[in-house]
Design a protein around this ligand. Structure first.
Ligand SMILES: *Cc1c(COP(=O)(O)O)cnc(C)c1O
Length: 469
């Protein structure tokens, strides 16, 4: 096989098959060394490693460098500056690590480099994603004939969900959104929790609903929508509920709130970025009624521990989603099984492949133990921190632990010292006006040992903080 030169400098210098394989092997060995080193590097990179990143600020080369040197630079300078979120001691946001099988599957899909736009063009990816979609509906116990779009994130899924909801609600009033747009359209209301995640606010803004036009609903002490504060809904309302509030991990009262929406034909969207996975566990009852919503966004890259970018947008009315995201002329007949008609992307990688690999390898019991295991460890962290004199500000119904020390200054010092220690990483937050920090347990790698270390470290830091005053 003749191989085309990819080097502008030396046209005779072709990349042979052997070169290609050597390069991939080198990259893979470097990736393996990174994985081997998990647990031995600082969780957040040291200042020297961050300073060394200046090596990437090269001028755009006129003539390319050789590929091996590019891979070497990436690893030698990039790896020491990587944050060890694919580890056991990282508790920031709700990040999740990557299951080995999901990473391995992604490597193979990368070799295929197939676009998953349409199964007729790429039957392999199409078949795998179809199974992944079926399994996602089954394990989350959502309507089996719902449409599943493999999105980059819950955030992008939320944009798609709200666009679908608006088009559908307007169509019921005889307004063709695709042809007529938003200008002059009947009003579509948004009712959402005052604690809605930032990606919900972003979706509301970019879709032109206007943040000030949203009817924000107050929440109770746990962070759940107060049912008695929900305004009267109607058939032109999108009600956005949460499964897993990001600070407290709490769930809205789906049964009661969805009943209100059903009675008047409002659309219910659920932000279930991580909390929806509670459906796959023995704690499923906390989500009772959620299956009666119209759309759900859920991440793979958080709690299922698939690599970025991995999420699913699920819409009960397949045709509603397919006609909203249809990639052809807006008034042409739609096909509702091609991913290009279910997500924002026209071309994209086989993002469902690692989801399939994770579900096949974990099975129902493995997903349950991943999620329940995180929940148990979160409870253990809460108990340990309480015993060490911290205030735990939430009920720890899921995997999020919201913590504060006796005063803001101490909390701030402890967070800064913990982040600088290299032994862990988590972020700070504000809960009901009080400065706090948040421990999110969502990595398959985390065990009781890391939780005990975390509690020990934070106790030491708190003692140190106290005595230094
Ligand atoms: C992380 C998160 C999101 C956003 O998910 P992305 O995949 O990062 O876009 C939305 N809602 C909640 C509750 C989250 O925790």
């Amino acid at each position: 096989m003749t191989r085309r030169s990819i080097h502008s400098r030396k046209h005779e210098d072709q990349m042979t098959l052997r070169d290609e394989l050597d390069l991939l092997r080198d990259a893979d060995e470097r990736a393996q060394r990174y994985i081997e080193g998990i647990g031995s590097r600082p969780v957040f990179p040291a200042a020297e490693s961050i300073d060394a990143l200046a090596a990437f600020s090269e001028p755009l080369p006129e003539e390319g460098h050789d590929a091996a040197s590019t891979v070497a630079l990436l690893d030698e300078v990039g790896s020491p500056a990587a944050v060890e979120s694919n580890g056991a001691r990282y508790f920031g946001f709700v990040t999740g690590a990557t299951l080995p099988v999901a990473a391995a599957a992604d490597r193979i899909a990368l070799a295929w480099d197939n676009s998953a736009s349409d199964p007729s063009g790429t039957p392999g990816v199409g078949a795998i994603e179809q199974t992944a979609a079926d399994w996602v509906l089954e394990i989350l116990d959502l309507p089996r004939d719902a449409a599943v779009g493999f999105t980059t994130s819950s955030g992008s899924g939320t944009v798609v969900a709200l666009a679908t909801a608006r088009k559908t609600l307007l169509a019921r009033q005889g307004w063709d959104f695709d042809r007529l747009g938003a200008d002059g359209a009947p009003k579509v209301r948004i009712v959402a929790s005052e604690l809605a995640h930032v990606v919900v606010r972003k979706a509301v803004r970019v879709l032109g609903f206007g943040l000030d036009r949203v009817e924000w609903v107050p929440t109770d002490e746990y962070g759940r929508i107060r049912n008695d504060q929900v305004p009267a809904l109607d058939g032109s309302t999108i009600l956005i509920l949460q499964a897993g509030e990001v600070n407290t991990g709490e769930f809205d009262d789906f049964d009661a709130l969805i009943a209100l929406a059903e009675a008047v034909g409002a659309w219910v969207h659920v932000d279930g970025a991580f909390g929806l996975w509670a459906r796959a566990t023995k704690h499923k009852a906390v989500t009772a009624g959620i299956e009666r919503a119209d759309s759900w966004a859920v991440d793979g890259h958080k709690w299922l521990n698939t690599p970025y970018d991995s999420a699913m947008l699920i819409v009960r009315d397949r045709q509603a989603l397919a006609s909203t995201m249809f990639a052809g002329a807006v008034y042409a007949p739609t096909t509702d099984d091609a991913q290009e008609n279910l997500t924002l992307e026209f071309s994209r990688r086989g993002r469902g492949v690692p989801v399939w690999a994770a579900l096949r390898t974990l099975g129902r019991s493995g997903v349950a133990s991943l999620v329940e295991g995180s929940m148990d460890l979160a409870s253990a962290a809460a108990d340990g921190l309480r015993a060490a004199g911290f205030d735990v500000l939430n009920r720890v119904v899921l995997n999020q632990v919201l913590v504060a020390a006796e005063d803001e200054a101490t909390t701030g010092r402890i967070v800064a010292a913990a982040q600088a220690s290299g032994r862990t990483w988590f972020g700070s937050t504000v809960w009901r006006g009080r400065k706090a920090f948040r421990i999110s347990v969502s990595s398959w790698r985390t065990t009781r040992a890391e939780i005990d270390d975390l509690v020990a470290l934070l106790s030491e830091l708190r003692a140190g903080s106290t005595t230094s005053e």
